[in-house]
Write a protein that binds this ligand. Structure first.
Ligand SMILES: *[C@@H]1O[C@H](CO)[C@@H](O)[C@H](O)[C@H]1NC(C)=O
Ligand SMILES: *[C@@H]1O[C@H](CO)[C@@H](O)[C@H](O)[C@H]1NC(C)=O
Ligand SMILES: *[C@@H]1O[C@H](CO)[C@@H](O)[C@H](O)[C@H]1NC(C)=O
Ligand SMILES: *[C@@H]1O[C@H](CO)[C@@H](O)[C@H](O)[C@H]1NC(C)=O
Ligand SMILES: *[C@@H]1O[C@H](CO)[C@@H](O)[C@H](O)[C@H]1NC(C)=O
Ligand SMILES: *[C@@H]1O[C@H](CO)[C@@H](O)[C@H](O)[C@H]1NC(C)=O
Ligand SMILES: *[C@@H]1O[C@H](CO)[C@@H](O)[C@H](O)[C@H]1NC(C)=O
Length: 411
């Protein structure tokens, strides 16, 4: 698993088809609709629950301290919620850090201590994120098991108490399947997720926050999103990875609007996810639109159409925005560096880069630039969203994307 995609909203159809190595527990334990609504009332929040979502939500992966920056080296001005990624959950509901050294030992006290120092300095809230692309294998087993759910809930309370988090973010990719190969799943997952969230809320009361991360494809959740929204404080929509690295033609990683010229891969677009979620019964103020601070590059065989929708020879690399800037593929936030041609696609509001390597090889890059990020933040704001955010903050370059996001959402 490439770490850049540890949290990803892949809507790649092929990934929906794979077998669960576990028997379908959910099928035997299905709750009737009546059971679900009865149990929901127990999980409701007090009236003092926050109504405004997460504001500007930044994910920080604990492993970024090795290759990019620890949390103390980043300007976090404008951020309202900092999400610490990731911890994982065992089958019995126990939660554990995915990197004990980074979290608890680096520099003597670990980088969660640096997070708490940053929290003091900037005044944002902090969330502990559990799961992600690489650590969602046990969620299904926990969700169907009342004892494991209770353990998870109790341990989340303890983690908040012990390490100073204001709440927990669950990044189950995905209830009902479609995540990493060999993840356990059952068709009952979307329903049992309600039980898991309810137990977490019962343990948290209104003292701690709950958020969840969801795929851009709202159809995954079997019409249960409204029920999640009743329990959680907010829902982060992972509106990226519309194209996967292994796909046969190049495309946009996170196009804002529909390509009016036509997308042969029919990959979808961010505005579609925005309306999909509003239509699914989630109040706008509980929605956060997540954007990518990374792009992707492929080597394609033709430079036609500026490399867009061309036949892929090979996936080249993940392209963090800060790498594009540091490598000189971009020499300002808006201009291509030597050897590259930039195209800004008005219809989808995203840029691409193209470099000719030989007569039959071109490098094509899809990414979000400050104007894309600003347009997405403005769309979220205009729809009354409670937040906008990114995966992930260390991929920014000198605050160029964060600045555009804060400007678009708050001004
Ligand atoms: C899933 O749970 C099993 C059993 O507790 C554990 O051995 C494994 O490490 C867990 N996987 C992850 C990704 O946490
Ligand atoms: C859960 O499993 C882990 C690893 O197998 C074990 O260390 C731990 O004691 C178990 N916790 C509970 C509450 O059963
Ligand atoms: C965090 O990064 C700063 C530089 O930005 C460095 O001085 C410090 O030692 C680092 N701390 C840890 C715990 O890695
Ligand atoms: C680690 O935390 C302890 C207790 O808060 C503190 O006394 C000590 O100075 C810290 N060490 C470092 C290297 O920050
Ligand atoms: C893509 O093409 C460039 C230029 O020829 C080359 O340097 C790079 O290694 C290629 N990428 C892959 C994954 O082969
Ligand atoms: C960026 O690169 C282009 C192409 O090489 C060049 O024309 C332009 O002057 C450069 N701009 C800056 C600000 O370096
Ligand atoms: C590229 O195409 C041009 C014009 O068709 C040709 O003259 C040249 O030899 C080709 N170069 C390579 C490396 O194939």
């Amino acid at each position: 698993m490439r770490l850049a995609l540890a949290l990803c909203g892949a809507v790649v159809a092929a990934s929906l088809v794979h077998a669960s190595p576990l028997p379908d527990l959910g099928a035997n334990l299905e709750l009737g609709a009546a059971d679900v609504s009865a149990s929901l009332s127990i999980g409701r929040r007090n009236n003092d629950s926050p109504k405004q979502g997460g504001g500007v939500v930044a994910f920080y992966p604990n492993w970024a301290m090795y290759s990019r920056s620890n949390i103390s080296g980043i300007d976090l001005t404008g951020i309202d919620t900092l999400v610490w990624a990731f911890w994982t959950v065992l089958k019995n509901g126990t939660i554990v850090s995915t990197d004990e050294f980074a979290d608890f030992q680096a520099g003597g006290n670990g980088t969660i201590a640096l997070l708490n120092a940053a929290k003091q300095k900037y005044g944002f809230k902090t969330m502990l994120s559990i799961g992600g692309w690489s650590a969602s294998v046990n969620f299904s087993a926990v969700a169907v098991n009342p004892v494991a759910r209770k353990t998870l809930a109790e341990q989340c309370v303890k983690a908040c108490q012990d390490y100073g988090f204001d709440g927990v973010d669950l990044d189950w990719e995905y209830p009902g399947g479609g995540g990493k190969e060999l993840n356990y799943f059952s068709l009952g997952d979307p329903k049992f997720y309600i039980e898991l969230l309810k137990d977490l809320r019962a343990a948290f009361g209104s003292k701690y926050l709950i958020s969840i991360d969801v795929s851009a494809a709202n159809k995954r959740y079997d019409n249960k999103l409204w029920a999640y929204a009743e329990i959680v404080d907010w829902i982060n929509i992972m509106a990226f990875d519309y194209v996967g690295s292994l796909q046969p033609i190049s495309g946009h990683n996170s196009p804002l609007y529909e390509d009016k010229a036509g997308d042969p891969g029919n990959a979808g677009f961010v505005e579609q996810a925005v309306y999909g979620y509003l239509d699914s019964g989630v109040p706008a103020e509980k929605l956060t639109l997540l954007t990518p601070f990374y792009g992707k590059s492929w080597n394609v065989t033709s430079g036609d159409n500026n490399g867009l929708y061309q036949i892929v020879d090979v996936y080249d690399a993940d392209q963090f925005y800060n790498n594009l800037r540091k490598n000189g593929w971009l020499n300002t936030s808006t201009t291509a560096g030597a050897g590259f041609k930039k195209t800004f696609w008005e219809s989808t509001q995203v840029p691409t880069l193209l470099r000719q390597n030989s007569n039959s090889s071109y490098t094509f890059v899809t990414y979000d630039d400050p104007s894309t990020i600003k347009a997405k933040a403005q769309l979220a704001k205009s729809k009354g969203f409670g937040g906008v955010g990114m995966w992930e903050i260390t991929q920014d370059y000198q605050g160029e994307l964060l600045g555009a996001m804060v400007g678009g959402f708050k001004n």
